[in-house]
Design a protein around this ligand. Sequence first.
Ligand SMILES: Cc1cc2nc3c(=O)[nH]c(=O)nc-3n(C[C@H](O)[C@H](O)[C@H](O)COP(=O)(O)OP(=O)(O)OC[C@H]3O[C@@H](n4cnc5c(N)ncnc54)[C@H](O)[C@@H]3O)c2cc1C
Length: 316
Amino acid sequence: MAHSITVVGCGVIGLTSAVCLQESGFNATIITRDLPPHLTSAVAGAYWYGGELATHPSRHRWSSASLQEYLRLAKGDYCGVTTFRMLEVFGSPVSDPWFKDVIPFYERVASADLPAGYADGYWMEIPIVETPRYLAYLMDRFQQNGGVIQQRTIADLSELAAEHPLIVNSTGVYARYVAHDEQVYPLRGQVIKVEAPHVHDAFMDDDSFTYILPRRDGCVLGGISQKDNWNLNVDPAVSEDILQRCEKALPGIRQSPIIVQLVGLRPGRHEVRLEREQLTNNCTVIHNYGHGGIGFTLSWGCAADVVNLARELTAQ
Ligand SMILES: Cc1cc2nc3c(=O)[nH]c(=O)nc-3n(C[C@H](O)[C@H](O)[C@H](O)COP(=O)(O)OP(=O)(O)OC[C@H]3O[C@@H](n4cnc5c(N)ncnc54)[C@H](O)[C@@H]3O)c2cc1C
C-alpha cells in the first residue's frame, strides 16, 4: 500500500515536492494557506540561474537536476517553461560560471561589444518560467495524479502531528513561524510586468541587480532585494528606481504599458534547510525551505532529495 505524506505549502517548492512524491509512489496531500497565484512563487521572474546565490554544498547538484527537468519540459507542450538568451553584464571582470558547459549556449562577450560602462559579460541560453502558468501546470499535474489540496492555515507544524505521521514543510518564509526557525527572514522583491513584445532577449546587470525578462505573459522588470522587509504593498519609490535602471539598460522600455506590479517575499536563510526532524514520537517532518532568490532553480533537485528522505523513513 502507498505511504501517505502531507506537504504543507503550495508554492513551487511544495508543488514540486508533492508531484515528485506522487510519481514515486506516495499518496500525497497538500495543506496550504494560499493558492497560486497568491504567493511568492507566482511573483518570481523566474529564470534558472546556477544556484550560486545559495551556500548549500548540494546547490550545484540541485541546480543541475532542475536544469535537466526544465529543458525537458521546455521541449514538450507549453507549460510555462521556455529557454531564452540572456546577456549578463558585470562592472568588473568575472570568471566563467561553473555551468557554462551544461547550459544549451554560452559565449563570452568581447569587450568592444559590451554595453557602455561594463567590464565583462556573457550570453547564455537558460530556462525561464512564466510562473503563474507553470504553477497552474504543477497543480493540475498533482490533481490529475489524484492529489488533494486542502486550504487551511496552520499556526504550528505540531498541530498536524497527531494525524499526519509524515510531513514535508515547504512554507517558504513563513517557516519562521510554523517551524519556529528564526534563521529565516524575508528578502522582499518587487517587479513590474509590462507589455513589450518587441523585447526578445533578457538582460541582467549583476552589480545593480537590474533585470529585464521577456515572457509570454509580459516583460518582467526588476529588481530589488530588501532584507527583513515584510511589506507586501507595492512601493512606488522602488518602482521608479526599477524603471530608471531598466530604462538605462534598454532605452524606451519605461514607455511600455504596465500590466501589473507585484511584491513577493523570498525565503532568506544562510542555507537551504533540507533535512528531517522528529517532531513527536509519531510524526517526522522533512523540511524543505529557505531557497532565497533561487527556489525555481533548486526546486527539482531538492524535491528528489525529499523523495529519498521519505523513502528512507518509510523503509524503516
Ligand atoms: C521578485 C522575485 C524574483 C524571483 N526570481 C527568481 C528567479 O529568477 N529564479 C529563481 O529560481 N527564483 C526566483 N525567486 C525566488 C523564488 O520565487 C522563491 O525561492 C520561491 O518562490 C520559494 O518558494 P516556496 O514554495 O518555498 O515559497 P512560497 O511560494 O512562499 O510558498 C509558501 C507556501 O506555504 C504556505 N504557507 C505559509 N504559511 C502557512 C501556514 N501558516 N499554513 C499553511 N500554509 C502556509 C503558503 O500559503 C504557500 O502555499 C524570485 C522571488 C521573487 C520575490
